[in-house]
Design a binder for this molecule. Structure first.
Ligand code: B12
Length: 217
C-alpha cells in the first residue's frame, strides 16, 4: 500500500511540484487499483484541507480552481488503473449530472469514470442542470439509475426538486436515484426522496451494481 499522508498535505498546501513528484513516483512502480484508490482518497482529503482554508479566508476562488486542476490531472493519469474486475457487457444505463445551481464536476466525473469501468453506460448531462433536464434524459435513454451530484448546501433543494421532476415525468418507480458529493448525508437522502447516497465514488458504484443485480434476478 502506498503511503499517502504526505500527498494529502501537499495537495492541501497546493504544492504542485511535490504533488506531481508523488504522483509520478506512485505510478512508477506498477500500482494496483487499490493503490490508485488510495492516491485518490489522499487527493480528496487534501481537497478538504483546501476547502477549510478557503472557509478560513486563507485561500481564494483562484486556489479552488487550481486545486481542481490538480485533482483533474491526477484522475486522468489514474483512470486506466480504475478498472473493476470481471467486466460484463453493458449492465445498466445511468443518467448523471450536477444539479441546478452547482458547477462542481470533478467528483461527478470521477464517479462517471468508475461507473464506465464497471461496465455501465453513462449519459453525463453536465453541470448546473435543471430538474427537467434529468427527467427528460431519464425518459429518453430509459435510465435504470439517475445520479445527482452536488457540493453546495443549496444543491440539496435542487436534488429534491429533481426527484420531484422524475415523479412528475411518471418514471420515479422505474429508476433508482443515488445522491453524491461532499454535502450528502442520510438525512439529505431522506429529505430529497432519493434511494441511496454516497460520498465515495467507489462505494456508489457498488450500490449501483447491487441494484442492477437485484433487477436482473
Ligand atoms: C475545487 C472546488 C471548486 C472549484 C470546482 C472545480 C470543478 N471543475 O469542479 C470551483 C473554483 C469552480 C469552485 C467554485 C465554488 N465553490 Co467550491 N470547492 C472546491 C473544493 C476545494 C474541492 C471540490 C472537489 O473537487 N473535491 C474532490 C472531489 C473528488 O470530491 P467530491 O466532489 O466530493 O466527489 C467525491 C464524492 O463526493 C463522490 N461523488 C461526487 N459526485 C457524486 C455523484 C454520485 C451520484 C455519487 C454516488 C458519488 C459522487 O465521488 C467523488 C470521489 O469519491 C471544495 C472543498 C471540498 N472539500 O470539497 C470546495 C467547496 C465545495 N466549494 C465551496 C464554495 C463555497 C464554492 C463557491 C460558492 C465559491 C465562490 N464564492 O464562488 C463556488 C460555487 C460555484 C457554483 N455555483 O457551484 C464550498 C461549499 C460550501 C457549501 N456547503 O455550500 C466548499 C465545500 C469549500 C468550503 N469548505 O467552503 N469550487
Amino acid at each position: 500500500m502506498i503511503e499517502t499522508e504526505n500527498l494529502k498535505i501537499a495537495v492541501g498546501e497546493l504544492d504542485e511540484e511535490r504533488v506531481n513528484a508523488f504522483l509520478d513516483a506512485s505510478l512508477a512502480f506498477s500500482p494496483t487499483e487499490e493503490d490508485a484508490r488510495a492516491v485518490l482518497a489522499a487527493y480528496q482529503a487534501g481537497m478538504d484541507i483546501v476547502g477549510e482554508r478557503f472557509e478560513q479566508g486563507r485561500y481564494f476562488v483562484g486556489d479552488l480552481v487550481f486545486a481542481g486542476s490538480l485533482f483533474a490531472a491526477a484522475v486522468e493519469k489514474l483512470k486506466p488503473l480504475l478498472g473493476f474486475s470481471g467486466g460484463e457487457g453493458r449492465i445498466g444505463m445511468v443518467i448523471l449530472g450536477t444539479v441546478e445551481g452547482d458547477i462542481h464536476f470533478i467528483g461527478k466525473n470521477l464517479f462517471k469514470t468508475m461507473l464506465e469501468a464497471a461496465s455501465f453506460h453513462v449519459i453525463d448531462i453536465g453541470i448546473d442542470q435543471p430538474p427537467k433536464a434529468f427527467a427528460d434524459a431519464a425518459v429518453r435513454y430509459q435510465a435504470d439509475i439517475v445520479g445527482l451530484s452536488g457540493l453546495l448546501t443549496t444543491a440539496v433543494d435542487s436534488m429534491r426538486d429533481t426527484v420531484e421532476a422524475l415523479k412528475a415525468a411518471g418514471i420515479r418507480r422505474k429508476v433508482k436515484v443515488i445522491l453524491g458529493g461532499s454535502i450528502v448525508t442520510e438525512a439529505i437522502c431522506t429529505y430529497a426522496g432519493a434511494d441511496d447516497w454516497s460520498r465515495n465514488a467507489y462505494e456508489g458504484v457498488g450500490k449501483c451494481r447491487n441494484w442492477m443485480r437485484a433487477k436482473t434476478r
